[in-house]
Design a protein around this ligand. Structure first.
Ligand SMILES: *[C@@H]1O[C@H](CO)[C@@H](O)[C@H](O)[C@H]1NC(C)=O
Ligand SMILES: *[C@@H]1O[C@H](CO)[C@@H](O)[C@H](O)[C@H]1NC(C)=O
Ligand SMILES: *[C@@H]1O[C@H](CO)[C@@H](O)[C@H](O)[C@H]1NC(C)=O
Length: 230
């Protein structure tokens, strides 16, 4: 694929070369500006995902994040229509590459790609390649308030930093810390995950969500290799 670039979102935790961006802007919202958001220790939330290139929508789908930092596990579901960089390119769903796909970080430090419909699966990478679960405070260090935007009626503050492979990536949150949107631009492709506020759930995450099927025991044909860091 022409634009297959690994999204910084999933590897950012281990990459220490995040430089910060220069930005100046006028504060639109008059209330107290929150500090960069910290992810709750465990939560789930659904989102609408979209990718736009040169004004054209190239993918659109919904999905869900399940995050459980205390137990070192996370799962990112991308629904029908997804064009996720981690999911694609492994030949796991040849009939429908846009079929629903789960990306699972296990406590064993494997990053698993799973297509439930076709019952196909592989291990993409692990800790050695920098594929580790996002730290709750990943946005704290070195990020700056870059933007303010009203997203689905909420006043959201966008904190960002220049990523290793993204042009920049920005996490928008409201004053309560609710993540409104994750926004990145990678090689000209705008990629947004806009979270549904009403879907947020802060309950402990059940084990079954992170279970990987028994038959899921092969390495991916094209394992993830980390980008050059210098
Ligand atoms: C914050 O980022 C800088 C620059 O990337 C790095 O040197 C430093 O170790 C980081 N600090 C923490 C607490 O992660
Ligand atoms: C995503 O979910 C919203 C709200 O439930 C729905 O209106 C929309 O059609 C869904 N979009 C896709 C691409 O499935
Ligand atoms: C993506 O997010 C950015 C930043 O919030 C916003 O300016 C842009 O309109 C969004 N694009 C889409 C298609 O949602």
């Amino acid at each position: 694929m022409a634009f297959r670039v690994i999204p910084i979102l999933f590897v950012v935790a281990s990459i220490n070369i995040l430089l910060c961006c220069e930005a100046s802007f006028d504060l639109k919202f008059s209330r107290i500006v929150p500090t960069p958001p910290t992810l709750p220790q465990h939560f789930s939330a659904s989102f609408a995902e979209i990718e736009v290139f040169l004004g054209k929508v190239i993918s659109k789908n919904n999905g869900t994040w399940y995050y459980d930092y205390a137990n070192q596990r996370a799962r990112f579901d991308h629904g029908e229509g997804q064009r996720n960089n981690f999911c694609g390119g492994q030949g796991l769903s040849p009939k429908n590459s846009k079929a629903p796909c789960s990306i699972i970080f296990t406590p064993e430090e494997d990053l698993i790609i799973l297509y439930r419909e076709s019952m196909t699966c592989c291990r993409l990478c692990g800790k050695e390649e920098g594929c580790t679960i996002l730290k709750p405070d990943w946005m704290k260090n070195g990020s700056k308030l870059l933007y303010e935007e009203t997203i689905n009626g909420d006043d959201c503050y966008g904190y960002g930093k220049k990523g290793a492979v993204t042009t920049y990536d920005v996490l928008y949150s409201d004053v309560s810390g609710f993540m409104c949107r994750y926004h990145e631009v990678v090689v000209g492709i705008t990629h947004n995950l806009t979270f549904f506020k009403e879907s947020y759930n802060f309950d402990p995450q059940p084990d079954y969500l992170f279970e990987v099927p028994q038959w899921c025991n092969k390495a991916c044909p094209h394992p993830y290799k980390p980008p050059h860091q210098h």
